[in-house]
Design a protein around this ligand. Sequence first.
Ligand code: ES4
Ligand code: ZN
Length: 324
Amino acid sequence: MEDAMLQLPKAELHLHIEGTLEPELMMELAQKNHVSLPYDSVDAIRQAYQFTDLQSFLDIYYAGAAVLQDESDFTSLTWAYLLKCKEDNVVHTEIFFDPQTHTARGIAFETVLSGITTALKRGEDELGISSKLILCFLRHLSEEEAMKTLDQALPYKDQIIGVGLDSSELGNPPEKFQRVFARAIEEGFIPVAHAGEEGDVSYITGALNLLHVKRIDHGVQCIHDEALMDRLVKERIPLTVCPLSNIKLRVFDTMAEHNILQLLDRGLAVTVNSDDPAYFGGYINENFAAMRRSLRMNDQQLKQLAINSFEASFLEPEKKAYWI
Ligand code: ES4
Ligand code: ZN
């Protein structure tokens, strides 16, 4: 992108690696791995990306992930994302991965993890991009299945900084995973959770009080509760907001109605992120560009969002200080 603003160094803190699967790579891997897709062209795949809510997206997103079969597929996926980071000057990224999406299809946890980490190591060496990995539990599945996934992760604790909670929010509240998170915390993982995307403020307070999360993913529904916003400011709990995602999944009808700048001006540590960029119309800089087209964002707000992205990161303090 032409603009100097878009070349500001930034960190990305809310990114599902499975959500970076571009239609071209989906097609290529489907052919390579002999996986049949309900689409016969890249254009047909893009055409299908018309969502009405979170669930209508998740159905397509899990179906697309079926083309990922061997370790090299996960490396290709992750490497393609890191090249996008380079373009947008994302110098640090904290990546969610959903092991259950793959283990349910018979792919080994190790295959997923080592495919991803091979690309991350190369990203650090060749592109200078630092990264962390956050394992997400699928909240539509059971507590027991989440616990099993946590067990699988224990031998790889040194490669996974945190645990998160994603997938269908409504009907799967934080309390369902209270014991899993308690154990993950005991094992040294940093807890985060999607909350207040489609769910009401009780999902956010539940994530804070029951899961003890250090960041809220999305969290935009907090605007309906003054006391909760006061608490988020006071405790410096960041929100990883995903503007384009929220429009595509109809959390807000239009970008002009998005509340991100209101939350920022209220003193919350909000950050801008791309969530599932292959599905929602773009990577970080497209999110900033869309915000600038529709919201009155001044240079000070833009700079604050970039600073917040590092402050809210799980980078080591000296690395944080370098970027802020
Ligand atoms: C997700 Cl946007 C969103 N919300 C919840 N879970 C997800 N998994 C991937 N993208
Ligand atoms: Zn997300």
